[in-house]
Structure formats: C-alpha cells, structure tokens
Design a protein around this ligand. Structure first.
Ligand SMILES: NC(=O)c1ccc[n+]([C@@H]2O[C@H](COP(=O)([O-])OP(=O)(O)OC[C@H]3O[C@@H](n4cnc5c(N)ncnc54)[C@H](OP(=O)(O)O)[C@@H]3O)[C@@H](O)[C@H]2O)c1
Length: 207
C-alpha cells in the first residue's frame, strides 16, 4: 500500500521503518527538507512535501506535534479529502489533554482513524511488540469501514492485534486514556496493572 506520512520525527521513523519492512511504499514529509531526506534514506522511503505525501498515500498518517496540525493540514490542499487518515497524535501536557482526531477530520475532510497514540515510540519500534507472550492490542476509533480496514492491516503489519474501539466520536476517550496513562507512567506507576482480565471485567462474567 502507498503510505504518506506527515512528519519526519520519532513516530514517523518508527512506524515508517515497520511499514517499509512490511513491503509498503512510504513517503515521509516534514518542514526541514534535509532532515526529511535523511530519514527517507535511512528508511528506504521517499521524501516529499506535506502536499506530496498527502497526495501519494492511499492512506495518510498524521505524525506531527498536535499544535502543528492546522498549519500542516493547510499545506496539503485538498489531498486528504475523502482519504483514510490515521491520526497518531497526542496533545497531552500539564493542561490535561486536548482532542485532536476530530479536528483533523474537520480540517482535512479525511476519513480519520485514531490509532497508535497509546504507547511510547519505543514500543512501535519493537519487532513485534509482544508482552508476556501476548501481542500488543491497538485500539482503532473511526467511522469509515475502508479506512478502518487499512488501519487494521497496518496494525497487523507491526505484529499487533487490531482492536475495534468504536467510532470517531470515541477517539476522545482514547485520547483521554493516553493522557491518563502517560501521567501514571511518568510517575513511575505500572499502569498496565490497573485493569482486570476480561473475565473479571463485569461485562462478560462467563468469559
Ligand atoms: N514519541 C512518542 O512516544 C509518541 C507516542 C504516541 C504518539 N505520539 C504523538 O505523535 C506525534 C509525533 O510525535 P514524535 O515523537 O514523532 O515527535 P517528534 O519526534 O518531535 O516529531 C514531530 C514532527 O512534527 C514536526 N513539527 C513540529 N512542530 C512543527 C511545526 N510547527 N510545523 C510543522 N511541523 C512541525 C517536526 O518537525 P521538525 O523535525 O522539523 O521539528 C517532526 O516532523 C505527536 O503528536 C506525539 O504526541 C508520540
């Protein structure tokens, strides 16, 4: 599949490397042409402008700092309209969090799927991300069946298990979860320990 990554930072590098290895054609893009070209050369990908990456991809991936999203999307013209767009961003800080996925949908006109925002970049570099013998599950929130199918494929390419997280209206819950978990991890807590297994969730007592 052709993947246009908006970003040339850590997340672009980690995910781009995985997807190139899986056989996809990847373009990375950034505001610094030299840095973008260097990353592309490292990955075995191509470098392009924001607009070129957005137009090239059958799917686009937004991997820039959340505060840069409006300016970056503005430079993609109409290229994201009606296209699958995976949003990996977090806007987390002392303020708590600010939702981004629906803003990306509004600004781009794309079929946004929120994904890959819950774990640190080092996890996305793992081949594969497996903990205690269990592949990492990647929750996906989006409305468009075609975009969700591509996002599932890209999560599976990492060796992860895609997990249906509901519609784009639930992306904000995923964004809040990331903010909450990042706060626990930053404090040195074993945040993974906060949830019981499915059989003890109360939702499926017989599981
Ligand atoms: N790092 C993680 O563990 C992690 C995990 C999950 C989700 N995320 C989210 O993924 C997104 C990318 O994170 P990252 O770790 O890849 O960050 P990063 O390494 O700092 O890269 C950020 C990218 O955004 C670009 N950028 C920053 N400010 C910009 C601006 N004003 N205009 C245009 N481009 C700008 C950077 O360009 P320059 O290189 O020129 O600065 C770079 O291409 C963020 O929203 C982050 O919250 C990160």
């Amino acid at each position: 599949m052709r993947i246009g990554i908006l970003g040339a930072g850590n997340m672009a590098a980690a995910l781009g490397e995985q997807w190139v290895r899986a056989g996809h054609e990847v373009i990375v893009s950034g505001r610094d042409p030299g840095k973008t070209a260097a990353l592309a050369a490292t990955l075995g990908a191509r470098a392009g402008t924001w607009q070129e990456a957005a137009a090239f991809g059958e799917v686009a991936v937004v991997a820039v700092l959340a505060g840069a999203v409006p300016a970056v999307i503005a430079q993609t013209g109409d290229a994201l309209r009606g296209k699958p767009v995976i949003d990996v961003t977090n806007d987390v800080g002392p303020h708590g969090f600010r939702p981004v996925a629906r803003e990306i949908a509004r600004l781009s006109g794309g079929h946004v799927v929120k994904a890959f925002n819950l774990c640190h970049v080092d996890v996305w570099r793992m081949t594969p991300p497996v903990f205690g013998g269990r592949p990492l599950a990647v929750p996906l929130c989006g409305d468009d069946p075609g975009a969700l199918a591509l996002a599932r494929e890209l999560a599976a390419d990492l060796g992860c298990t895609p997990m249906d997280g509901g519609g784009l209206g639930r992306a904000e819950l995923l964004e809040a979860t990331a903010a909450f978990m990042i706060g626990l991890w930053a404090g040195g807590a074993d945040a993974q320990a906060v949830l019981p297994p499915l059989a003890r969730s109360g939702a499926h007592p017989a599981a």
